[in-house]
Design a protein around this ligand. Structure first.
Ligand code: ADP
Length: 263
């Protein structure tokens, strides 16, 4: 009985993993498909200028998909994630085209980024996935449009705080806040959102793995998630990652293809 229990737990873990991968992959494919459709439309209209940019977005999304398969291979080889020092502001900046494309025309995005004070140490492709997951949830909660705010802040927890039943030690954090003006969640939904496979979306649209994956990732990175939501008012989710004050080494800068310029 012991062995078969372990076996079924293992199968369950594999189920979570493959479901999570399918979920992330689907997000990336949506990015590629959307960008290619736009490029095609522009070419059909005879407007060449934007085409290059859309192809760049499609290229970035395929690079993310390659990152995902790399993680999958790493898992198969029983390797851990690849935590490195990174500047979350630069990472978000590098995702801005992808985020705009994923939100569609009815959603306005406001970026409030710090000027990269402290950095965080975590797996960059996991962090990108987490942000994209949260943004897509926000989009799904704003079917008739609204505003998505993505803000980074340096944050000090002066005392231990219990978040989602886990005690978080006091310290310096970088907060990545993803806020929407969507439907919000009832207390009943809020209570279950971190559970794997919990979804309120129609069959085939939600896997219920997004938030549990994001939660697992931030916990592994020494951080946590804060969620605040009210029906009719929208949802605010904060990713808290431990902040490291030492300067970011040049060689560790891994902010993706877009150099940090403008906003
Ligand atoms: P999925 O998106 O596949 O349903 P998640 O774990 O990402 O899985 O989310 C679980 C549930 O949490 C969603 O089905 C939805 O009910 C709720 N939820 C998540 N994010 C938001 C949001 N920004 N606004 C409203 N509800 C949300």
């Amino acid at each position: 009985a012991e062995a078969s229990l372990r076996q079924s737990q293992k199968l369950e873990a594999i189920g979570h993993l493959t479901g999570g991968i399918a979920h992330d992959f689907n997000n990336m494919l949506q990015g590629v498909t959307g960008a290619l459709a736009m490029a095609k439309r522009r070419l059909a209209e005879g407007v060449a200028e934007d085409v290059m940019r859309y192809l760049q977005v499609a290229g970035d999304a395929t690079a993310r998909a390659a990152g995902l398969t790399r993680r999958l291979l790493a898992f198969a080889r029983r390797q851990r994630l690849d935590p490195r020092p990174l500047d979350p502001d630069a990472l978000i900046h590098g995702m801005s085209d992808l985020l705009r494309r994923s939100m569609g025309p009815a959603i306005e995005i406001a970026f409030h980024l710090r000027d990269g004070a402290g950095h965080v140490v975590c797996d960059g492709s996991e962090l990108e996935n987490a942000i994209l997951n949260l943004a897509i949830n926000a989009r799904d909660a704003m079917p008739s449009g609204g505003q998505l705010t993505i803000a980074t802040e340096d944050l000090v927890l002066p005392a231990a705080e219990v978040i989602a039943g886990e005690e978080i030690a006091p310290g310096n954090f970088v907060s990545i806040r993803i806020q929407d003006t969507g439907t919000g969640m009832t207390p009943e939904v809020l209570e279950h959102v971190l559970e794997p496979f919990f979804t309120t979306k129609p069959q085939g649209e939600g896997t219920g793995l997004g938030l549990s994956q994001v939660h697992g990732f931030v916990r592994q990175s020494g951080g946590t998630l804060r969620i605040a939501s009210r029906p009719g008012e929208g949802t605010t989710i904060q990713l808290l990652l431990p902040r490291s004050a030492t300067p970011l080494a040049e060689q560790a800068q891994d902010a993706g293809p877009t150099p940090r310029a403008g906003r």
